[in-house]
Design a protein around this ligand. Structure first.
Ligand code: HEC
Ligand SMILES: [Cu+2]
Length: 349
């Protein structure tokens, strides 16, 4: 029996270890906040948990006292306890305590709601127009002539203002370790700000079911120091010379990129992309299509058959067939698009 207990305990412990190891992985948890919004939410979570634990403990204590002290004893079969209905003191106590508890919850929650919705200083900060698309995110840096998709670069320690809209269905932008969620609608611009406290790469998710590849609609926030951010901005504004292929294979890839009508949907440079992600800094991307490791094998697979990777995406079937050899050449070209040495790899190192 004793051995059984140990095995069980060991099993439980290892299970707990596995579950807890999942927490904090890849900066994808609201429980390890690294940004203002997430910190505010975490504080509210802790406060409400404390209030709930307090209520739970009080109720259990009163319950146990009632069970033990007032249980029917021998010889009391016909005894009727003292009746307390209409007791003003009791009624007052159990009305006032919950009101106080609700106030303890409501005041900081309402204050946080206003604080997180405060866009009054947006004129001074970095402003980004965010577009949610099935199944990728686009970022347009207002006034900077910079377009990116999938990787969102922001400076740390500053509020970055997002003006968000959808090009198709409702999506929801969520960077769990930085901020709360906000819906992205087709008809109106929703606004929120994000602020990262530390440099690093933070995972973003679409948090509103938007189609078959909804769960693959990932993106990354690359938070770098304000100095690095300025350097990244000037690198990105000066992309055209760097977009030139560096060898013969890449040159062939570039030609194929034009021939196969990839250009029709993918901009390279500052022009706004219409149907597909902007590929200006594709060589620096932390992932391909939001979630695949950035290597030649995955890229070739994507170019030849995106449907097998992200069902329902808007690229499938809208370009001529590409052979493996052609895909490799295109891949060589795209992987060379590295306009800046500020990258997800370098962030926070
Ligand atoms: C009809 C428009 C369209 C055409 C034509 C098109 N694409 Fe795409 N492409 C898209 C869309 C939309 C996505 C985003 C898919 C998703 O993530 O759901 C995409 C995604 C990609 C990605 C991943 C981008 C990223 O940010 O990770 C690459 C690489 C790519 N396409 C390359 C190509 C190449 C190469 C061609 C030409 C052979 C091509 N595309 C033709 C629409 C198009
Ligand atoms: Cu979505």
């Amino acid at each position: 029996m004793k051995g059984m207990g140990k095995t069980k305990a060991l099993f439980l412990l290892s299970f707990l270890a596995i579950v807890l190891a999942g927490c904090g992985k890849e900066n994808l948890t609201a429980l390890v906040p690294k940004g203002t919004g997430a910190e505010t939410s975490m504080n509210l979570i802790l406060l409400s948990t404390l209030v709930m634990v307090f209520v739970f403990v009080v109720v259990i204590v009163v319950y146990v006292i009632a069970l033990v002290r007032f249980r029917k004893k021998k010889g009391q079969e016909n005894y009727i306890p003292k009746q307390v209905e209409g007791n003003k003191t009791l009624e007052t106590i159990w009305t006032v305590i919950p009101i106080i508890l609700v106030l303890i919850l409501a005041v900081p929650t309402v204050a946080a709601t206003f604080e997180l919705a405060d866009m009054s200083k947006s004129g001074d900060g970095v402003n980004i127009e965010v577009t949610g698309n099935q199944y990728w995110w686009h970022f347009n840096y207002k006034g900077e002539e910079i377009q990116t998709s999938q990787d969102l670069y922001i400076p740390t320690g500053e509020k970055v203002y997002l003006n968000m809209i959808s090009s198709d269905v409702i999506h929801s932008l969520w960077i769990p370790s930085i901020s709360g969620k906000m819906d992205v609608n087709p008809e109106n611009v929703n606004k929120m700000y994000i602020e990262a406290k530390e440099e690093g790469v933070y995972w973003g998710k679409c948090a509103e079911l938007c189609g078959p590849s909804h769960s693959l609609m990932d993106f990354k926030v690359v938070a770098v120091s304000p100095e690095e951010f300025d350097k990244w901005v000037s690198d990105m504004q000066d992309v055209d010379p760097k977009a030139q292929p560096q060898d013969a294979v890449a040159q062939e890839g570039k030609d194929l990129f034009e021939e196969k009508s990839c250009m029709g949907c993918h901009a390279i440079g500052s022009s706004p992309a219409a149907v597909g992600p902007n590929l200006t800094d594709f060589g620096n991307r932390s992932k391909i299509a939001g979630f695949l490791e950035p290597n030649e094998e995955n890229l070739v697979k994507w170019i030849m058959d995106p449907e097998s990777i992200k069902p329902g995406n808007k690229m499938t079937g809208n370009y001529p067939a590409v052979s493996e050899e052609e895909a490799k050449k295109i891949s060589a070209y795209l992987m060379q698009l590295k306009p800046s040495d500020i990258t997800p790899e370098s962030a926070g190192k």
